[in-house]
Design a protein around this ligand. Structure first.
Ligand SMILES: [Fe+2]
Ligand SMILES: [Fe+2]
Length: 146
């Protein structure tokens, strides 16, 4: 691992863990209700923690010099995150009503597209513009949360 890509590296690892839990949840759809509910809860907690980490521990540190270009990315991320949270709460409501959520596959597709955007555009850009001090602080915060 190249040291100046450490945040990207850590996030790629985290994205894999989130997606593994989504896979387990998707597989559990055909199982008993209680098993499916537990798989959802586990995935939901990990994913909500991930979004919190990105927004509160990572992106708040981003103070782009080229403000126009820099801030173009953050609204996109926020829009994606809100969409993810909305979809999560729709699934949670279905489960609370004793139903099996539909649209799980579409949810996964949306998430994978968002992950690609982060790993290809957002995190490489952050790695370029953050100072070493900022990166160190971010990495410390990430370790508190993962
Ligand atoms: Fe994200
Ligand atoms: Fe992410």
């Amino acid at each position: 691992m190249v040291d100046n890509k450490k945040i990207l590296y850590l996030m790629v690892q985290e994205h894999k863990k989130v997606e593994d839990l989504i896979d387990l949840f998707e597989q559990s759809i055909d199982s008993e209700y209680e098993e499916m509910r537990q798989a959802f809860t586990k995935m939901e907690w990990k994913l909500e923690k991930h979004l919190f980490m990105e927004e509160k521990a990572i992106f708040t540190m981003y103070e782009p010099q080229d403000v126009k270009q820099g801030y173009d990315m953050l609204p996109t991320v926020t829009t994606h995150h809100n969409e993810i949270l909305n979809r999560l709460s729709m699934m949670r409501r279905a489960i609370q009503n004793g139903q099996t959520p539909t649209e799980v596959h579409a949810f996964k597709t949306f998430l994978v597209r968002h992950r690609d955007f982060e790993e290809r555009d957002l995190y490489p850009r952050l790695e370029d513009v953050l100072t070493q001090d900022q990166k160190d602080q971010i990495i410390e915060r990430i370790h508190e949360l993962i």
